[in-house]
Design a protein around this ligand. Structure first.
Ligand SMILES: *Cc1c(COP(=O)(O)O)cnc(C)c1O
Length: 427
């Protein structure tokens, strides 16, 4: 690139990609192969010994995946990235690299429901303990930290409520305790928020959502900020102690600012196996090319829809941080001045039946459990994702009987509003 400091939209299209050296193909090819021929026996030995970077086997790396990794690292301002099969796989590999049995981490209470399950249920099988804290009271994170704590985990924009988090306040606590801050940036995307600039050390993504953006491929990304001193204590032995399987290399010493991404790849991904398919890496890359255009349109549409709903007499309340009277509006203006995202909740007067009925009456909106598609999406959590909870738990989770969650798409906003209008008229 001629400009040494290209802008976000330029990076979204070009970062990591070059015309294919063999064929001249301009789009990144789908390298649909499981393995790669070594140049000679010394080359093979050097690759296996981590003495030289290169392709061995697609469970560990793949050239299409590599472009996706470079692109997301560039968009987030990180030192390196690792793309994997899903957002949950990304989270699993991050914690697998940081935690030993008996260790704990502190996570925000307001998280994607799947992450609450993963941290509370699946991770307990590895004896990794999660402790919950409240992002509205950043000091509650400090109160949960002890000598076995290894990380802090938050979402920049929390799913599903659309709550913005004071990343810098929580980063200050992490720094004070010499712990890495991990930020799930799925809902905001780097177009709206770049957590590494606010003191985060690691960013994770469900690329399934806004990065890919078309509701057609699963993927996850880990971004290494390159900022954390893994050797500053003996808390992170995977990074700071010799690895027998790689000729006693100390990963942090050998790989410096990209050591975390390397560890997630050559230990976590190698041994646990959630590799991304080359086809999915290609589809996610194609989606990322239009991320800035899509994300701005998502935000502009969501703002108009939220404003319109707020003035509707069948709507009890609207929870969208882009609205000036929202309690989170100041944080949104500070961290995401371009927009408040596409996902928010609102309440329909009439409770459970009204909420369920509204979803039933919508025609342009798709009724499903996903966010971040070009299409407008809707769900009534109390009768679906949160149906197994008690009424009290539903309310605490922001999924009370009247709650409807929207992921506003990039259709013509008049059509989105017309659909809500006709469905509300019928409840
Ligand atoms: C969907 C989602 C995840 C999990 O990602 P998958 O790709 O579905 O595994 C994690 N965090 C957030 C905020 C999400 O929305």
């Amino acid at each position: 690139m001629t400009n040494s400091n290209p802008g976000f939209a330029t990076l979204a299209i070009h970062a990591g990609a070059e015309p294919d050296p063999t064929t001249g193909a301009r789009a990144t090819p789908i390298y649909q192969t499981t393995a790669y021929v070594f140049q000679d026996s010394d080359h093979a030995a050097a690759l296996f010994g981590l003495k030289q970077f290169g392709n061995i086997y697609t469970r560990i790396m793949n050239p299409t995946q590599a472009v996706l990794e470079e692109r997301v690292a560039a968009l987030e301002g990180g030192s390196a990235a690792l793309a994997v099969a899903s957002g949950h796989a990304a989270q699993m590999l991050v914690f697998h690299t940081l935690m030993q049995p008996g260790d704990n981490f502190v996570a925000a209470k307001k998280l994607y429901g799947g992450s609450i399950n993963q941290f509370g249920n699946a991770f307990s099988h590895f004896d990794w303990q999660v402790r919950w804290a409240d992002t509205d009271a950043p000091e509650s994170f400090a109160e949960q930290i002890d000598e076995r704590t290894r990380a802090i985990f938050i979402e920049s924009l929390a799913n599903p409520g659309g709550t913005f988090v004071d990343i810098e306040a929580i980063a200050a606590i992490a720094r004070r305790h010499n712990l890495p801050l991990i930020v799930d940036n799925t809902m905001a995307s780097p177009y709206l928020v770049r957590p590494l600039q606010h003191g985060a050390d690691i960013v994770v993504h469900s690329a399934t959502k806004f990065l890919g953006g078309h509701g057609n491929s699963m993927g996850g990304v880990i971004v290494d900020g390159g900022t954390f001193d893994w050797s500053g204590s003996d808390k992170f032995p995977v990074l700071s102690k010799p690895r027998k399987e790689y000729d006693n290399v100390i990963l942090h010493q050998a790989f410096g600012t990209i050591a975390f991404a390397i560890a997630c790849r050559v230990l976590g991904l190698r041994d646990l196996g959630p590799a991304i398919a080359p086809m999915n890496a290609f589809l996610l890359l194609t989606g990322i090319e239009t991320l800035p255009l899509r994300m701005q349109r998502h935000c502009d549409n969501a703002f108009k829809v939220a404003q319109w709903l707020k003035n509707h007499d069948k709507v009890a309340w609207v929870n969208y941080a882009g609205l000036p009277d929202h309690p989170n509006h100041a944080l949104q203006q500070r961290y995401a001045p371009k927009g408040a995202g596409a996902v928010f909740t609102f309440g329909v007067k009439g409770g459970y039946e009204a909420g369920k009925g509204l979803v039933q009456g919508l025609q342009l909106f798709s009724h499903l459990a996903n966010i971040g598609d070009t299409r407008s999406l809707v769900i009534h959590p109390a009768s679906t994702t949160h149906a197994q909870l008690t009424p009290e738990q539903q309310v605490a989770a922001g999924a009370g009987p009247d709650v409807v969650r929207l992921s506003v798409g990039i259709e013509d906003v008049d059509d989105i509003i017309a659909d809500l209008d006709q469905a509300l008229a019928r409840v």
